[in-house]
Design a protein around this ligand. Structure first.
Ligand code: SF4
Length: 265
């Protein structure tokens, strides 16, 4: 494995799951058999997890033995190197409240959508930079002292002084709902007292989504077919749960992959 964009996505997807992280760390101690792996992850779905780790190139399967690959060893070493300093302390931060939406204005980019301005208190100031990794799609700007968070079509900018601007919302109710989610996400990180190390930025392409859909074009989601569904999912106009066939056991791996990827859209 060379660590290209596609491989990075597979590795990030593989390591996004607690059971699979457990397996990799267990294998770092030495080769194991299936029974030992089954015990460590409670015996449930371990073959499913092994397949995903194998697809990502992190492990190798040999008859009854599971071993960590060279690529897996290098990956773990890299994680260890950034581990301690990657984790940021949030113990001094106070939980935030988001005051009422103060203005609802038409969006400049799309007049059918709205832009709202709200206020966060206490202002997060420099803590904004630390909390960037808690959002799948976020960018901190040192120049503006602001954190831009993207979710579907919605773009939210939180400024160090407490001002919050949310663009591309459908109406005030959606704005309030999204502001509530934002507050909850930030407060959960503050409660834990640390943030995760900076995560790799993942660029999700239309074909990344399409290739994991069932591709039966059954129309149960209300779209003409899976390709149209993928386009609308990328635009944040539909949610993954609308594809009912994905919930069937045969598509369990695809569903998990798509859940992971859709957080980065
Ligand atoms: S419900 Fe799922 S499988 Fe059927 S067309 Fe829509 S995306 Fe494709």
């Amino acid at each position: 494995m060379s660590g290209g964009a596609g491989e990075t996505k597979l590795v990030n997807f593989a390591m996004a799951n607690k059971a699979r992280r457990k397996i990799i760390n267990f294998l770092a101690e030495g080769d194991k058999n299936f029974e030992e792996i089954g015990e460590i992850v409670g015996g449930r779905k371990f073959d499913f997890h092994l397949k995903i780790l194998q697809d990502a190139g992190l492990i190798e399967l040999e008859k009854e033995t599971v071993k960590i690959s060279e690529y897996g060893k290098n990956f773990l070493k890299g994680k260890k190197d950034i581990g301690i300093e990657g984790v940021k302390d949030l113990s001094q931060a106070k939980p935030v409240e988001i005051a009422e939406v103060r203005q609802l204005l038409p969006c400049i980019a799309d007049a059918s959508k709205f832009r709202v301005i709200a206020n966060m208190s206490p202002p997060l100031g420099g803590i904004l930079k630390i909390i960037e990794p808690i959002f799948p799609r976020a960018n901190y700007s040192d120049i503006k002292s602001s954190l831009m968070v993207k979710k579907g079509e919605i773009i939210t900018t939180i400024y160090g002084n407490g001002k919050v601007v949310m663009r591309m919302v459908k109406n005030e109710d959606e704005a309030k709902e999204e502001l509530e989610i934002l507050k909850k996400t930030i407060n959960e990180a503050i409660k834990k007292g640390i943030t995760p190390p900076p995560r790799e930025k993942i660029k999700v392409e239309l074909m990344d989504i399409y290739k994991y859909l069932p591709q039966t074009n059954c129309g149960k989601c209300g779209e003409q077919g899976c390709y149209s569904f993928a386009i609308r999912l990328m635009a944040g106009q539909v949610i993954l749960e609308k594809c009912m066939p994905l919930k069937e056991p045969d598509y369990a791996t695809n569903q998990e992959r798509l859940r992971f990827l859709s957080a980065y859209i």
